[in-house]
Design a protein around this ligand. Structure first.
Ligand code: ADP
Length: 254
């Protein structure tokens, strides 16, 4: 009998020999030095390292928010270097959802308004899928908070709205930069569980940058950065244990 070999899956995020050098006055700072990585569709990967190790710079490179001095980034088979500015912006809007430490919600809009405007800016032709928004709100436990402005929400709620905003366009990739950096332990844990659950249930690929090894342990794979390089890789110790059985209620903090 002839065996059918499975197709080797191709990475959704590929970085080859990435280097970023900043010119700081007469000094040059090499923030990222020769980093290569490959992330498969659906993975949840954390990049962890101390302050100044180059995590944010790597995040900006992988998200196409800054250009590499050397090396290349390939997102879903497309090399950023082959795109002009507007093509790069389009790829970002269509394929990547961003989550930042400081939430970056527009203060004059309600939570719902923030999610709607993100969808409008993404340039999609289909109207916003309200059933999907309902699903996301439930997944992220923000159903009762959608009419509130950011100032009326706790930090944990603001970050969960920011995750809904990132997910509303159904991106293939979520890039989260220190998503729990401004949260207390209880809210951090709720946000991490929700990132993990959305990764599992919606199937997007998640890459999270953090300085906190405890937060990183939720990922299926952890890459450790030091002095601009990835120096080690291991499996997240909490990856298989933190989610309740599918369908069970996921309690949110405040
Ligand atoms: P992390 O996110 O791990 O704290 P960063 O990527 O922010 O690390 O920074 C890595 C190094 O690059 C640090 O030495 C930092 O001072 C330097 N750096 C970051 N951004 C700039 C910039 N715009 N200009 C000059 N140096 C920078």
């Amino acid at each position: 009998m002839e065996l059918v070999q499975p197709e080797p899956s191709s990475p959704i995020i590929l970085a080859e020999n990435l280097t970023k050098v900043y010119a700081a006055g007469r000094l040059q700072v090499t923030a990222v030095h020769g980093v290569s990585l490959s992330i498969e569709p659906g993975e949840f990967v954390a990049i962890v390292g101390p302050s100044g190790s180059g995590k944010s710079t790597l995040f900006y490179l992988l998200g196409g928010l800054t250009q590499a001095t050397e090396g290349r980034v390939v997102i879903d088979g497309v090399d950023f270097a082959t795109l002009n500015d507007s093509q790069r912006t389009r790829l970002r809007k269509h394929r990547i959802g961003f989550v930042f430490q400081k939430f970056n919600l527009l203060p004059t809009l309600s939570a719902m308004g923030n999610i709607e405007i993100a969808y409008a800016i993404s340039g999609r032709k289909d109207p916003l899928d309200l059933a999907y928004l309902d699903h996301l709100s439930e997944l992220l436990s923000i159903q009762g908070r959608l009419q509130h402005r950011p100032s009326e929400l706790s930090g944990g709620e603001q970050q969960r709205v920011a995750i809904a905003r990132a997910l509303i366009t159904r991106p293939a990739i979520v890039l989260a930069d220190e998503p729990t950096g401004n949260l207390d332990t209880k809210n951090s844990d709720a946000v991490l569980r929700m990132l993990l659950r959305s990764n599992r249930e919606l199937g997007q690929t998640t890459l999270m940058i953090t300085h906190n090894p405890e937060a990183a342990s939720i990922a299926s794979r952890i890459l450790f950065m030091r002095d601009g390089e990835i120096v080690r890789e291991e499996k997240g110790s909490r990856a298989d244990t933190v989610l309740p059985a599918s369908g069970a209620a996921l309690s949110a903090a405040t």
